[in-house]
Ligand binder design. Structure first.
Ligand code: HEC
Length: 437
């Protein structure tokens, strides 16, 4: 055990120091490994007019809210070259954002495609039961240029600068409600992507399984259960050969355990990247809680299962999330998708939230918004479980000094709540306490 841990930490150290570079996509092999930064191009309703978005929220125009969320998705998934690398993949990694601004030669090193996987931190809440081994996904966060510039201009990467701000609030007797950083500009945007390692047929005769989220019925409120992926009721097996899959084909789907007689789907129905760099594969070997990471090999794939984004188009940000489904068009989460969403990106469902209190759920309670691959496995607390949480209500709890003891509540938390005493609210950005140094 000791031995394994020290190997894991050696790999973690390599991860921190080295820049792990993922080579181009399997099915989009013309993509340049060093595509320069691309913002969302014009024509995708980004950034939208703030009042228009708030009106949609306040008039319960769910279809309008969804249409906008899909349009931003269409913009961020536009290909940046003939190879099909999406706009969002050219964005900045935390180490390019949470650091003093780069100059001269250092700038040359930016804009490289440096997708570094991490264990999904969100599940590692203080005091929460650790997730069962083998039930986690690889993840990373990325930030657009407007977010990066704001973080750097305001030294939001610096623990000592944030301490100075926080201590200043205390010494000047600032009311708790006003203990907050200056708000980000309206074009700021960030994202979190989660991935599953899928075996290639060259490396394994077994097909990798993908859990499919079909919402459980009659869940009590508050929900006292956790819903980690390995407990879901349905799995599909991924054929990574790229060959057409005849309808009705069945195989064993391997996800933690074997799920015999599962429907087979082609890997072409996922956004995927082929693992070609041994350093990336080696780094995965150290991430022992990630499904399939220990057995990852060059030639295998990572497929995108979930994607979160948030934009500062409204004061409390727009929160949208996308997840893979074998029937992606079913309502309510497959509805309203405009034709501007192209190709492989049509395989994802979506939910969005513009507010902590409205539009209400059918039972009159505050709105729910979650991604099954990211939040369903969270440990429930007295307010409910991850499948009854709201992005914004959890992100409202982001503070410096870092405190990960968030609750899964829905609805607005009073900005003067005692939980914010002696803290500075970081404008909903968990990424600040997570990455400051
Ligand atoms: C239970 C609390 C919780 C919920 C619910 C939650 N998040 Fe997060 N989120 C976090 C934490 C903690 C981080 C930072 C650690 C990490 O990157 O995993 C984070 C990181 C992020 C990031 C990276 C940028 C940043 O500033 O933090 C984005 C984007 C994001 N979440 C979007 C969403 C969206 C969209 C939803 C709803 C579908 C959501 N989150 C629900 C806790 C939560």
């Amino acid at each position: 055990m000791k031995n394994r841990l020290s190997i894991a930490s050696a790999v973690a150290a390599t991860l921190l120091l080295g820049s792990v570079i993922l080579t181009p996509l399997a099915h989009t092999s013309a993509a340049a490994p060093d595509a320069p930064y691309h913002p969302i191009p014009p024509g995708f309703d980004f950034p939208a007019d703030q009042q228009t978005l708030l009106n949609m929220r306040d008039h319960q125009d769910v279809a309008g809210m969804r249409k906008h969320a899909w349009m931003v998705f269409a913009g961020m998934t536009q290909p940046v070259d003939a190879g099909g690398e999406p706009v969002w993949e050219t964005w900045y990694a935390p180490e390019d954002v949470f650091t003093a601004p780069a100059t001269g030669a250092q700038l040359q090193g930016l804009h490289r495609r440096r997708l570094r996987f991490e264990v999904l931190h969100q599940l590692q809440r203080r005091g929460a039961r650790p997730q069962a081994l083998g039930a986690n996904l690889a993840s990373f966060t990325l930030f657009n240029g407007d977010t990066r510039d704001w973080v750097q201009k305001n030294a939001l990467y610096s623990t000592s600068a944030l301490d100075t701000l926080n201590n200043g609030f205390t010494s000047s007797g600032t009311p708790v409600a006003q203990r907050e950083i200056k708000e980000f500009p309206n074009k700021a945007m960030s994202l979190k992507a989660v991935w599953l390692v899928v075996k290639s047929p060259q490396n394994s005769p077994q097909m990798t399984g993908v859990p499919v989220w079909d919402p459980p019925q009659n869940v009590p409120v508050p929900d006292t259960a956790s819903h980690p992926m390995q407990t879901w009721s349905r799995f599909v097996a991924v054929d990574a050969s790229g060959n057409p899959v005849p309808p009705g084909t069945k195989a064993t789907a391997n996800f933690v355990v074997a799920h015999p007689n599962s429907p087979v789907v082609s890997i072409n129905r996922f956004y995927s990247i082929k693992l070609t760099d041994p350093a990336v594969v080696q780094a995965l070997h150290g991430m022992i809680t990630i499904v399939n990471a220990r057995s990852a090999a060059v030639g295998d794939y990572v497929v995108l299962l979930g994607l979160h984004y948030t934009t500062k188009e409204i004061p409390q940000w727009v929160w949208s999330t996308f997840w893979w489904h074998d029937r992606p068009n079913d309502p309510p989460f497959g509805a309203d998708r405009p034709s501007a969403v192209k190709g492989v990106w049509q395989n994802y469902r979506m939910t969005t939230t513009y507010g902590m209190d409205t539009p209400k759920e059918k039972d009159g309670s505050p709105p729910i918004a979650f991604n099954p691959y990211i939040e369903a496995g969270l440990t429930p607390d007295r307010f409910g479980s991850g499948i009854q949480a709201n992005c914004m209500s959890c992100h409202q709890q982001a503070v410096h000094p870092s405190d990960l003891s968030f609750t899964l509540r829905r609805g607005t938390i009073d900005p003067a709540d005692p939980t914010f005493q002696k803290k500075t609210k970081t404008d909903f950005a968990w990424s600040i306490p997570q990455n400051e140094q």
